[in-house]
Design a binder for this molecule. Sequence first.
Ligand SMILES: C[S@@+](CC[C@H](N)C(=O)[O-])C[C@H]1O[C@@H](n2cnc3c(N)ncnc32)[C@H](O)[C@@H]1O
Length: 193
Amino acid sequence: MEEQDISAPETPLEACPRWLCFSFENPLRLLIHNPVKMLGPYVKKGWTVMDVGPGMGIFTIPLARMVGKNGRAIAVDIQQSMLDGVQNYARRAKVEDRVEFHLSKPGELGVSGPVDFTLAFWMVHEVRDRARFLAQIAAATRPGGMLYLIEPKLHVKKGNFDDSIAMAGAAGFEVSKRPKVAISYAALLQKKA
Ligand SMILES: C[S@@+](CC[C@H](N)C(=O)[O-])C[C@H]1O[C@@H](n2cnc3c(N)ncnc32)[C@H](O)[C@@H]1O
């Protein structure tokens, strides 16, 4: 019998379970994290955007609307149940034709790009090897493309967020803005040309 590698489970224990992510998707959340206000200024029609760790798709669907018929939104998650939720939502919102659903592995993003914009909202703290993960996002991003990194103040320390910014910097991103996002640390990064 093949031995199971328990040091690298398919879904790490620290990944947000579906029931908890579901609780993030409520009208109150949309009041403080309005997708159109938060993302609209940075996303253009026709772009390829990536929502890594989309949960149930609270931001994927607005992103799909923003990129329009000729754009593409790629939802990337390590949990198939999350992608199933995003797919249901995309179908109901009638944008399924422009959304791709990509099941990744904890250490392997598996998206080659080129991507114009990536959203990583309240998920990087769940990733075991952040440096590798951010390097893989950088590799998939076109020069001048953006990464919007947002972490929850509730359980991420400022130093930990600063470390993620430094790791993104080592991967080829530089900070272009520090937008204010409720109960979060946030940075908009741009890939150096
Ligand atoms: C706390 S939820 C955040 C959901 C959503 N972005 C939001 O703001 O409501 C974190 C999500 O990241 C996913 N995730 C964790 N590690 C990941 C990884 N290495 N690659 C892709 N997704 C990951 C989890 O499965 C979950 O869907």
